[in-house]
Design a protein around this ligand. Sequence first.
Ligand code: DC
Length: 210
Amino acid sequence: MVKVIAIDGPASVGKSTLAKKISEFYNAPLLSSGRLYRAVALEIIQNKIKINDKNKIIRIAKKLKSEDLNSSCLFSSEVDTIASKISSRKYLRNHLIGFQRSFPEKYGKNKKFVIVEGRDIGTEIFPMAEFKIFMWADAKIRAKRRYKQILKKGQKASLVRIYDKINARDTKDLNRKVAPLKPAVNSVLLDTTYLDIEQAFSVVKHILKK
Ligand code: DC
C-alpha cells in the first residue's frame, strides 16, 4: 500500500523544492495542492468570472483536470492574489477534497510513496498520512531566499516588498477561519531557518526510514 507524505508549511518555505527532491529520489508522484487553487484562480481571471460567483467557481472546481495543474500561467501575481482569496472559501475547499484524496489511488499504484504538499494536507486532507512534515522558517530568511531566486532569474525585486508580502500571506494563512495553517497532530516540525535544501532533505530521508 502506498504511503502518503504530507508536507505543510507557509509561503516560500521551500515545500515544493523539497517535495520535488523527495519525488525524484523515491520516484514518488507529487501533488502540489496550491496548484489546484491557482488553476481555479486562472480560470476565474481568464473567463472574467466574478470572485463571488459561487456556482461558476464550483463548476470550475468540478471540471479541474490534472493537465490544468501544469499551466505555465499559474504563478503570476494576479493568480497569487485571487488564489489566496478563494482558498479561504469553504465551498471551494470542499469541492477540491476529492481530487486530492483520490491522488494516491490514481497515481500511487506500485509506488512506495506519494507526496502531497500544501497548507492543510496533514490536518484536513490526509489526517491519517503515514508521514506528516510541517515546514517552517523565519519570515526574513524566507524573504531573502525568494529575493535571491528572483534575482537569479534576471528579474528585479524588492526585498522589503517580498518580506511584507510573506508576512501578509502568513497572517492570512495562519488566521483564516477555514483550514488555517497549523501543524498537524503527529507531524514532525522541520525548521529550515538554518538548514539548506540538502540538509532538509537529509532530515526527510531519515524520517522516511522509520
Ligand atoms: O502553495 P501555493 O502558494 O502555490 O498556494 C496557492 C494559494 O493556495 C495560497 O494562497 C495558499 C492556498 N492553499 C491553500 O489554501 N491550501 C492548500 N492546501 C494549498 C494552497
